[in-house]
Ligand binder design. Structure first.
Ligand code: FAD
Length: 495
């Protein structure tokens, strides 16, 4: 049953990542009295950058798509009321947004430059794969359909979003095979699904194509950093009368007679409210509800969902005398004989905020098996062996990217993080980077996550609709629609 709120009704939100803060702003705008509860001393979750040697290192925001005037993320930022406060740098002005390098000896093509714009992308594909015009036309038709649906926010404003999804969950790999794409073309087309943590054989084509479309609309970097974006969001929430309470983990979601009644914090404090939204991983929410308040079948369904893998990242400085910032992202990877890509390394080289150095960021798959010996330890208490294992992997990655970046002069490592770091920072199971995996077999379960078995308790955050800044804010909108009902949502939420 839908929750129909009264004016000034209290809402409690668990977690202050982009999911929690966007949810909080939306509900505040709709007249709720909102408090966000965050376990860490500082708000922001994965959005927040951290500082090493005076340099801001971003974690969960390296680039953003669709922020041009009228485009989908821009409309959402406008709705949240944060656009004016965010200095942004447009990518792809005189070159690519992404550069893909295939490092296997038999790669064909070895490099592919992804431009801005759907038409430019189609032209670039046809130039790189001149014998596959029909295959590219087939893929572009699907891409254009998803781009249109994303732009019109159809899944938000039509009445049966879930039913429509079923038609578009054919896995990307099957689509590319059906279209008859060569291994080289499959490799190029499949990179976005790998970047969002879903292997192409499992990735619903719609999920893949909306991700790709969002970056083809336009691509941007924050001129500042993740901590600044968090500050802007928190300020906006505070201006609307909302609050963020940091350094207080939620220990329990209180439930009476099947209805959420509030939260109990680690320090024993109790906060009462008829509306609670968990923007942390669904597994954590289920644990917080307690087994007595949900059916075992609901618990099993949530706990049985497969998550995306974690990520390993390196931040290092290199000399600004001998290197230039790269205005695009680089993805280096190997493709096997049928086009499947492996060992993807994302590379960004950008100004560090200090004149003498540039910040080099490398991100790759979590290599979970490497960190098993420290699984039962906590951040800051893992010992020298763990530090040595991180440095060894970081050097191995640097060696792998040097053939494409050129030799990295004056490199000094400033930080590395593993899936265990992310696990402990934001409570993501096994450090999963993007939460529940939106694979073909889980797409429907994920699409149904917003509502829970407890009345007045909803879910938002990256696991419910799609991950990333765009996907997570869209998830907050879908949850808001469930909370206030479709009529009020359509009347009062103008995007
Ligand atoms: C390495 C990496 C790179 C990425 N790059 C990009 C990118 O370039 N562009 C992009 O769009 N997306 C990117 N993403 C994805 C994006 O950052 C995430 O999808 C998004 O930030 C998730 O937001 P969230 O609010 O759902 O979760 P989180 O940010 O994890 O927020 C959850 C919050 O809940 C808090 N919490 C947990 N348990 C409790 C509790 N019991 N009580 C109180 N608080 C609690 C946590 O501390 C955390 O602050 C990246 C992610 C990673 C890991």
């Amino acid at each position: 049953m839908r929750h129909l709120p009264r004016q000034n009704e209290k809402a409690l939100i668990i977690g202050s990542g982009i999911g929690g803060l966007s949810m909080a702003i939306m509900l505040s705008k709709l007249g709720f009295s909102v408090t966000v509860i965050e376990k860490n001393r500082q708000p922001g979750g994965m959005l927040r950058s951290y500082v090493r040697r005076g340099i801001h290192c971003n974690v969960g925001v390296h680039y953003l798509g669709a922020l041009d005037k009228g485009q989908v993320l821009r409309r959402l930022f406008d709705y949240l009321g944060i656009t004016e406060k965010l200095p942004l740098k447009r990518m792809g002005v005189n070159g690519p947004v992404d550069r893909y390098y295939f490092t296997n000896a038999d790669a064909d093509p070895r490099q592919f430059d992804m431009p801005v714009g759907l038409d430019a992308y189609e032209a670039r594909l046809k130039e790189a794969f001149p014998k596959e015009q029909g295959e590219i036309n087939g893929f572009m038709a699907l891409l254009r359909q998803s781009a249109g649906e994303l732009d019109r926010l159809e899944f938000l404003f039509r009445n049966q979003p879930v039913a429509d999804l079923i038609d578009q969950t054919e896995p990307l790999w099957e689509v590319l095979d059906r279209l008859g794409c060569s291994p080289g073309l499959k490799g190029v087309l499949s990179v976005p699904s790998v970047w969002i943590g879903v292997p192409p054989p499992l990735c619903p084509q719609f999920y893949h194509t909306i991700t790709l479309a969002s970056y083809l609309f336009s691509a941007w970097r924050l001129e500042s950093n993740g901590a600044h974006l968090v500050k802007v969001l928190v300020q906006r929430l505070t201006d609307l009368g909302g609050k963020v309470l940091c350094g207080q983990a939620v220990r329990r979601i209180n439930v009476r007679g099947g209805y959420a009644t509030g939260l109990t914090l680690e320090n024993g404090e109790q906060h009462d409210a008829p509306l609670v939204i968990g923007t942390v991983h669904p597994n954590i929410v289920v644990d917080l509800i307690g087994p007595e308040n949900v059916k075992p079948s609901y618990r099993r369904r949530i706990k049985g969902l497969v998550n995306t893998d974690g990520m390993f990242a390196v931040n290092a400085v290199v000399s600004a005398d001998t290197h230039k910032p790269l205005p695009y992202n680089m993805f280096s990877m190997k493709a096997d004989t049928d086009g499947a890509v492996h060992d993807v390394i994302y590379t960004q080289l950008r100004p560090s905020g200090r004149p003498e150095s540039l910040l080099l960021t490398l991100i790759t798959s979590g290599h979970d098996e490497l960190w098993r010996p420290w699984e039962k330890t906590h951040s800051g208490y893992r010992g020298a062996d763990y530090g040595a294992a991180k440095i060894a992997l970081a050097h191995a990655l640097i060696k792998k990217v040097e053939p494409v970046t050129g030799q990295l002069e004056g490199l000094e490592m400033i930080d590395t993080y593993t899936p265990l770091t992310i696990r402990d920072w934001v409570n993501s199971p096994n450090g999963s980077a993007y939460g529940v995996m939106r694979s073909d077999s889980q797409m429907l379960s994920a699409a149904l996550l917003n509502r829970t078995a407890v009345k007045g308790l909803y879910l938002a955050g990256q696991s419910v609709m799609a991950p990333g800044i765009l996907g997570t804010i869209l998830g907050s909108l879908v949850t808001t629609k469930f909370i206030v009902g479709p009529e009020r949502f359509s009347r009062e939420v103008q995007l």
